[in-house]
Design a binder for this molecule. Sequence first.
Ligand code: ARG
Length: 461
Amino acid sequence: MPNKQILKNTNAEILNQFNASLLFDKKLYLQDIKGSIAHSKMLALQGIISIDDQDSIEKGLLQIKEEIENRQFVWKIEDEDIHMAVENRLSQIIGTPAGRLHTARSRNDQVATDFTLYVQDKTLDIKEKLKKLITTFVDIASKHSDTLIPGMTHLQHAQPINFGFHMLAYANMFKRDFERFTSSYERNNYSPLGSAALAGTPHNIDRFKTAELLGFTAPTNCALDSSSNRDFALEILFNIATSMMHISRISEELILWSSYEFGFVRMSDEYATTSSIMPQKKNPDVPELLRGKTGRAYGNLIGLLTVMKGLPLAYNKDTQEDKEGVFDSVETIEISLDILTAVMETLIINKENMEKACKIGHLTATDLADYLVQKQNIPFRTAYYITKDVVAYANGLTKDVSELTIEEVRASSSELQSVSEDIIDCLNLRNSMNARQSFGGTSTSETNHQVKIFVDWLSKN
Ligand code: ARG
């Protein structure tokens, strides 16, 4: 027979571990201490606690911060979470006044406040990192607005574009991400502190004061909502998932472009790894990992959406499951942005191979059809069939249409026998790219114009 007492102890230990969030929510110690100092100040200002008590509470909390940062703090799983760990230590240090700190609040509004503060802090950090990445893309764009590369649809050669224009596509994606973080920051910058357990408090508190002390725009409006709301966490998870999707798309292109088949770019040796068995290989592990890590960012978003979906108002312990996914997504995006920026900054760009690739797939065939429509007033459908003949003729010569001479063009179709010499200009790859001067188009001049717009935006954000 197993000893019943031992069984009971073991169960209690397992339960403690199961119930506790301390092992992961200790990350919130700074926000917890900041929130408690603001709360104590407000309580003193309102005459709810004495100035002396506030003073010893604040000193005690600052001592706890030191202890945590100097790794002297003793973490005990029995404390359950960061809030109780700090409060229990505070009573050890200052005695009775510690018991007054929790007046007019509950752990429900406390955790919502701490976590909102964390999400807001991290939102600002991520925005800075996004800005660096955007700057890197714009910088490459400014240097490569005349570097030809095949523009693709369906991963098939379509029309000649320039590499700078391709980089600006990513700069635009990350700019939208940046703006998404700005907007969620503003929307969520409201203080839940003082909502208490779910219904507010009978104490004469000043929630506007704590909101102000913590850098929030104002207090939240409904205690019932804000003691259990986790939209701010969902928004950062969505923003991160979307940014990771963009990171994954450029990573995929880097992987393709650095393959032998493309040979457009080479990643600096620091960011390419070797194979343990094939000594000749250089593998794009870094962009592959960036692409792979997108999975966990999506998972964390779906995870929290699922946690929240069936919860009756207000706080439920399920909500404790909100933190690890957010911490993980934040850490993932932060390192991913740093690494992608470094990869892009050191990327070796092979202009010759990019340009060579433009001579595969008759990228200027559409320009030829457009020329016939514009210059010869031929209906587009007829021009389309004439162009098909020219393409077939070029294939017969194993040439790209951009390489045909005027004699060859004239020989390619009965309709073109006496076509004027300037038809050759429209077949030229660079001319084709430069013809697209519409706003947001690929021409070098429009790419340079868009770079200017970005430089201006960067200086204002
Ligand atoms: N550790 C808890 C969490 O992260 C804090 C709030 C606990 N509140 C409660 N009523 N049990 O959600």
